[in-house]
Ligand binder design. Structure first.
Ligand code: ADP
Length: 484
């Protein structure tokens, strides 16, 4: 029996019932490290989505009416379920997604941390009493759950992306319909199992797998859904925003990134290399906040590149469940092909391969950690999200040039810089058009802070108090006739 058998649910969860797709169709789920089938999940469509929405709509009034103490208790039990089963959940995540087990465990524990954070935040969804400009009137605001929330999540962080959405929705008093990515559905379906065990009433959490277009079409057009929260590509995000316009839904979008990673001459070079390794190669570069473009200042360019190439070449590429694995497989053949294409384009335009450069000897979906030098702005990887283990290093001379190059993209999610100059640090804070900025640090995300992109990287924030705010509506009430 696998380490995750107890967490692997092969069915959808609608209105508190585990069910198959109406037509009995299934999708095969494979392990990207081996190509072996893990199992199958329902290939549901619009009809099942409609039923899930109806269940969430029916469950909403009673769930929203629970006290914050009661909702907080449910969330704390959900948190405990995740922590208690963290090892099995991590094994499941690695099996379907490929990342090293240590990264999977960290993701699962981060999911737990978000749920705990929102369990606490639920108590702070307060309103205000506003000083009245009129005699005999009281003006106040109250905050209310938006209603049924639809959540669509990607395959790169199949557990924690849902934690940020479900944690906030459930804390706010919303009910939810979730559609996880078809490549990694189990880490989504298991949320239903954990919610069921934690005692959430039927209909509060519904999880369906299957056709993105059919389910997405229903989730975006159904008037009962009051909010859509999505993490995925900018391209699909734009489609979903357009589709949500018909019923004027609130939307939260965590979309693509093209993170710059800037190393200045005055940086602690070893710390910068360490940071670049994590920011680039975590999850094999399949992270929306991972550095896409590395900019090194001319004075340290050669030294930085040499150290980075050495570290990259030494990275242990292996199946995620193999002890010591530091980089697992890519998610699928399309990802592998795109990574190859971007390298070929860069080399054709003058880049040099300093480490890696192609498929790994292990075969299958494994790819060599790659460092390219003399990258330039005309290369495709300067504008496109690589989503693979490739670090192109660009050369720059001045701070102004680096900031301008960093901002020369429609994306605005994460940016990193290494410098020991305090004045420069704050010029970067002002100058970088990014929602998340790490100076001398790359692991900067935690439930306490707002995660979200600027420009075409998204709308809304996840985590922090703002993460709850995005699931609440504000009502203003004026009570008059109070003069005696
Ligand atoms: P990525 O593949 O980079 O994660 P996508 O944007 O393609 O990004 O997918 C993210 C999520 O959006 C997945 O759950 C996917 O199934 C879903 N999705 C893709 N296309 C659509 C669509 N047209 N409507 C609704 N959901 C979609």
């Amino acid at each position: 029996m696998s380490a995750y058998a107890s967490m692997q649910k092969d069915a959808n969860y609608i209105d508190g019932t585990w069910c198959a797709a109406d037509g009995g169709d299934v999708i095969s789920v494979t392990n990207p490290a081996t190509g072996a089938e893990i199992g199958t999940v329902p290939n549901a469509g619009a009809a099942e989505a409609r039923r899930a929405i109806a269940a969430a709509e029916a469950a909403f009034p009673a769930y929203a009416a629970l006290t914050v103490t009661e909702r907080g208790a449910l969330l704390r039990r959900l948190h405990a379920e995740i922590v208690d089963h963290a090892d099995a959940l991590a094994a499941l995540l690695t099996a379907e997604q490929g990342k090293p087990l240590a990264e999977a465990k960290a993701e699962v524990l981060s999911s737990a941390a978000y749920v705990q954070w929102f369990a606490e935040e639920a108590r702070r969804a307060d309103g205000a009493v506003i000083p009245s400009p009129w005699p005999g009137r009281k003006l106040m605001t109250t905050r209310h759950p938006v209603g049924v929330v639809a959540a669509i999540t990607p395959w790169n962080f199949p557990s924690s992306m849902l934690a940020r959405k479900l944690g906030a929705a459930l804390a706010a008093g919303c009910t939810a319909v979730v559609k996880p990515a078809s490549a990694t559905p189990y880490s989504g379906l298991v949320w239903a199992l954990l919610a069921e065990r934690a005692g959430f009433p039927p209909g509060v959490v519904n999880v369906i797998t299957g056709s993105a277009r059919a389910i997405g079409g229903e989730l975006t057009s159904n008037p009962a859904v009051r909010k859509l929260t999505f993490t995925g590509s900018t391209e699909i995000g734009k489609e979903l925003i357009r589709a949500s316009a018909g019923t004027v839904k609130k939307v939260s979008m965590e979309l693509g990134g093209n993170a710059p990673f800037i190393v200045f001459d005055d940086a602690d070079l070893d710390a910068a290399v360490e940071g670049a390794m994590i920011a680039k190669f975590r999850n094999a570069g399949q992270t929306c906040i991972c550095s896409n473009r590395v900019y090194a200042q001319a004075g340290i360019y050669d030294a930085f590149v040499a150290k980075l190439a050495e570290k990259a070449a030494a990275l242990r590429v292996a199946p995620g469940d193999e002890p010591g694995s530091e980089q697992g497989p890519l998610v699928d053949m399309a990802a592998l092909a795109k990574t190859e294409e971007l390298i070929a384009d860069a080399v054709e335009r003058g880049a040099t391969v300093a480490a890696g450069g192609g498929r790994h000897d292990r075969g299958g979906l494994f790819f060599q950690p790659t460092v390219l030098t003399e990258a330039t702005a005309d290369m495709r990887l300067a504008q496109e999200e690589i989503f693979g283990p490739v670090a192109p290093v660009f050369r720059f001379e001045t701070e102004a040039e680096a900031i301008a190059a960093a901002n020369d993209t429609e994306y605005g999610l994460a940016a990193y810089a290494y410098t020991r100059d305090l004045g420069r640090t704050f010029r970067l804070q002002d100058g970088l058009e990014y929602g998340l900025i790490g100076i001398n640090e790359v692991l900067i995300v935690t439930p306490e802070v707002p995660f979200g992109g600027l420009k075409e990287s998204g709308l809304g924030k996840e985590g922090s108090w703002q993460g709850l705010d995005d699931y609440l509506e504000t009502k203003y009430t004026c009570v008059g006739g109070l003069t005696g």
